[in-house]
Design a protein around this ligand. Sequence first.
Ligand code: IVH
Length: 698
Amino acid sequence: MNKEQAKTRIEKLKEEINKYRYAYHVLDQSLISDEAVDSLKKELFDLEKEFPELITLDSPTQRVGGKPLKKFEKTEHQIPMLSLNDAFSEKDIYDWDERIKKLLPEKAKIDFYCEHKFDGLAVALEYKDGIFTIGSTRGDGRVGENITQNLKTIEAIPLRLVDYKTIKTDLIKKGLNQIAHFFDKGMPQDIEVRGEVLLNKKDFEKINEQRKKQGLSLYANPRNVAAGSVRQLDPKITASRNLDFYAYELVTDLGQTSHEQEHLLLKILGFKTHPENQKVTRLEEIFKIHQQIEKKRKDLPYEIDGLVVIVNNNQYFKDLGVVGKAPRGAIAYKFSPSEAITQVLDIIIQVGRTGILTPVAILKPVQIRGVTITRATLHNKEEIKRLGLRIGDTVIVNRAGDVIPQITKVLPNLRLGNERKFKMPLKCPICNTKVEEDPKGIIVRCPNVNCPARSQENLYHFISKSAFDMRGIGSKLINRLLDEGLIQDAADLFDLEQGDISPLERYGEKSSQNIIQAIQSNKEILFNRFLYALGIIHVGEETALILAQYFQQKIGLNQNVSIKNLIKVTSRLTLEDLGQIPMIGPIMGQSIINWFKDKKNISFLEKLEKKGIKLLPVKVITEKGKFKDLNFVITGVLDSMSRELAKEKIINQSGKVQETISSKTDYLIIGKNPGSKYEKAKELKTKIINEKEFLKML
Ligand code: IVH
């Protein structure tokens, strides 16, 4: 191949490789295999080796190959690289909007452009006649470091901008004629683009895994690695990190009038921009986007720490100017951090419904994810030991996801010397009874079943949503009622009158009426909910349902499900009986037996019965639907069960019970002394069955 031929071939190879690079790194499209691209690169490399005078700055072979530097040269930013002021709440955004409105003409229509705020490293890229020439870090905003060699290794950064003719055509297609005009005489001489260098989360994890294997210390986050990688003196290290780049600012004036146009133009020039960036017209849209992105943030391939909101109109943006180092026309609307640093003011003990003593850290109030955190559970004394926590310590509190706040780390270096060690009390702080420890020495319990802390917690549990579901009553009212001596246990709630509640401050006529209503309307309760409400240790909602079905069976079909019958069947209950239920293990079983053995609990049940609490049987799961699509009418008195129970049984089998006979009735069940329905059934030729036949059908 002569030089002339080589030149043509080299040009074509460069173009081809660049096409695949662009498709893969900017458009996220894989057109051919990596191996195929590699072999094109190899051919190019060999040709350039033969004709080194044909090597150009934008050749893909120039991405790697630079020699390690001794140090980075400084480079000045003609236009300073600014930073952004932060906003943390909707209010901050409203305030910002107010501030900028005051500075712009009264009638100005202000649109905003919203983008992901990448958590990487800001860099500036300078192109001369369309060729990448200088890439630099932000530095102090005015002077950065020349890291061109390293940035060239990032495939998402174009070494040459798209051909000016193509750009012009694309711009006209998009209706951006005024910008197209800038490309009339070829590529504008100087173009500066800014954006963020990133490392994706997966690559970050891979790097850390590798380091772990090598016994090296782990990196804290992808941003640190990205920053460290572009500041390597040896570009080979940078190349090995698989960094990415998103463009977000076109510094050069090419006639763009809005930030939206700027992004469009960046894309046309050959840069990767984020596809979810968008223009909005109202602040409320910003809030919505913020919420949506914050929710899916953890699933994004890159770390982002908020939104960047920019006044879309470039003239307004310019007019708004700069305060300090930040433009007035843009703001970083941060996601609320899931961690904060605060101080442990005290450690208190909470005695739970089951008598367990739980240490709780009282914190100096701190905002995390938009809520003020004042306490964090410490679980047990092992956890305090594990953290090495002392009262007075400065700590990191984390509220990741929807979980309750946790202390994740103590910062012992910040101790002043007056911090105190914490010891679990030997006596219950509520009733002064000597506490007991479990054999492992982790869980501490107050053994006093009459401990007031327990009744209070029992009460909260009794009224809770999955139990009696007494809406409108909260722990505050319960505390108040206990303090005033109006109630002693949950059964007393059913004796309350409106006049008991309305004198309590803050509870007016209407709300006290609602409270009484909420209590009285709950006198009939499903059996499983009732069992759950009792607060038997280890009996959760699911176990309660299984127990209800089991007790119902024990009570027998010809008996009512009632508190009285519950007491009856549980008085003979043994661990062996319960052992037959697959879901109930020995610990749970023993806890259930103990509860029903306790005389205090039985008198509580009797008290509830006296207040008129009625239990509704739960559906017993059977081989479903024997009576599907069948309509029944019942008349007369049945021997073996009440009409109500018969009704329940029909419904349990997916049948329907009607009040009157019609042509749609399939069966009339007759008991003793049937009424006029019997006559009607005969008239309509409805099938008539007696109780025995009905039981057989069942
Ligand atoms: S716009 C006038 N857009 O935020 C300032 N900055 O810029 C224009 N950052 O550390 C900057 N994502 O690295 C802009 N989509 C984005 C950004 C972004 C991240 C960072 C940038 C710099 C800081 C301030």
